[in-house]
Design a protein around this ligand. Structure first.
Ligand code: PMP
Length: 400
């Protein structure tokens, strides 16, 4: 026994040390900074004017209702809360899409679970499938999709120095996609850049998808926080309608503010209602091998809100308030200096500053400003008081 262990080494001794998540490191650094005037624009959560990430009013009320009315915690099954999925479907796909029997959905542990489950489905269906991914993208996209074994093909999306979408370069790269290849698209509020495709650009992508037989994999994690629920879904609906097959990873974690409850869904469009049933069976089987069943609480709360007219109206009003706050901070930054004007035209919580890693470190040391080394910052991490101070420090850095 001892010899065998000696020859092989102990199991866990073989593990490589992993680098800890740089954003989590940033949070720890920001928390440890004693300066009262520090500005934390690293972590990607909504903050109100007081700097808090509040529990939404409707969520509090729905939780009370759930507490009073829930009679069992028995298993729900791998699909999760079917009514939740049914209620999310029209929000993402509109009334027309909601009735489309070729689109099936399951509840997942957040948007991450949806992306991972989608990747597993792709790999199960075709081990040779490839997915085209614009750069830069949310840092977790690559590991989440790659670990299922799906090959990734990187293509240009955004130029941080030029502060613009590289649309021609992206379309050129997509010319290299074969029928059956997938494209990862951010439905709205692109993370990390804030730069979304225009409606005309979405139309061009939809045409390409349709003419070349490509499969969109849309990640929509911030619906409602860009320009409202309908506007934020327009691009997604265009490409899903144009495509014969599609995957849509949806998250409620931001627009219900239930981040830690891990609430989301994966929808998949098949070639027919019968094909969609087969897809659903595969999704359930794959979910079973990963998390068996998704956590219930967040989806149950979202379901109660969406099923209760007063709560739903209040939720929509509060998301509108959040969206308006993000837009107003963007306008303030854009008005501060011409070099920040592009921020006003972008959407969602994030934007990217054309700053070097050294400049980002310099801002941390001299001003207590905490942002990702890529220059990505959370617009809504700013307060009415800190926004001008932030803009002044950034512009000063841009001047060198
Ligand atoms: N997609 C993008 C683009 C995101 O930014 C995030 C969260 N930061 C997710 C998906 C995953 O969201 P969730 O927390 O619901 O897993």
């Amino acid at each position: 026994m001892a010899d065998a262990a000696g020859a092989q080494g102990m199991l866990f001794d073989r593990l490589q040390e992993q680098q800890s998540d740089s954003l989590l490191q940033l949070i720890a650094l920001a928390n440890a900074d004693p300066r009262v005037e520090k500005i934390d624009v690293g972590v990607g959560v909504y903050r109100d004017a007081a700097g808090n990430t509040p529990i939404l009013r409707a969520v509090k009320k729905a939780e009370a209702i759930l507490h009073e009315t829930q009679e069992t915690k028995s298993y729900l099954g791998s699909q999760g809360d079917a009514r939740f999925v049914e209620l999310i479907k029209p929000i993402v796909f509109g009334e027309a899409g909601a009735g489309d029997e070729r689109i099936v959905g399951v509840q997942t542990p957040g948007g991450c679970g949806a992306l991972r489950l989608g990747a597993e489905l792709i790999e199960a269906a075709d081990p040779d499938a490839r997915i085209f991914v614009g750069q830069p993208t949310w840092p977790n996209h690559m590991p989440l999709i790659e670990c299922a074994g799906v090959e990734m093909v990187k293509h240009p999306y955004y130029d941080p120095a030029g502060k613009r979408i590289l649309f021609d370069e992206m379309m050129d790269a997509l010319q290299g996609a074969r029928a059956g290849d997938l494209i990862l698209l951010h439905g709205c509020c692109h993370n990390p850049t804030g730069a979304d495709l225009s409606l005309d650009q979405w139309k061009a992508v939809a045409e390409l998808v349709s003419s070349r037989g490509l499969i969109p994999f849309v990640d929509i994690a911030y619906q409602g926080l860009g320009n409202g629920f309908e506007a934020d879904a327009e691009g997604t609906r265009l490409v899903v309608e144009a495509a014969e097959q599609a995957l849509i990873a949806q998250s409620c974690d931001k627009n219900f503010g239930v981040y830690r409850e891990r609430t989301g869904s994966l929808f998949v469009k098949g070639t027919s209602a019968a094909n969609a049933k087969v897809i659903l069976g595969n999704l359930l089987g794959l979910a079973r091998t990963m998390w068996s069943m998704p956590p219930d609480h967040g989806a149950a709360v979202a379901r109660i809100i969406l099923d209760t007219p007063e709560l739903r109206a209040d939720w929509e009003a509060e998301v509108k308030e959040m969206c308006a706050r993000i837009r107003s901070l963007r306008r303030r930054l854009a008005a501060y200096d011409e070099r920040l004007a592009y921020i006003g035209d972008q959407n969602g919580m994030f934007s990217m500053l054309p700053l070097s890693v050294e400049a980002v470190e310099g801002l941390r040391e001299s001003h207590g400003i905490y942002m990702a080394s890529s220059g990505r910052f959370n617009v809504v991490g700013l307060s009415d008081e800190s926004v001008d101070r932030f803009a002044a420090a950034v512009v000063e850095k841009m001047d060198g």
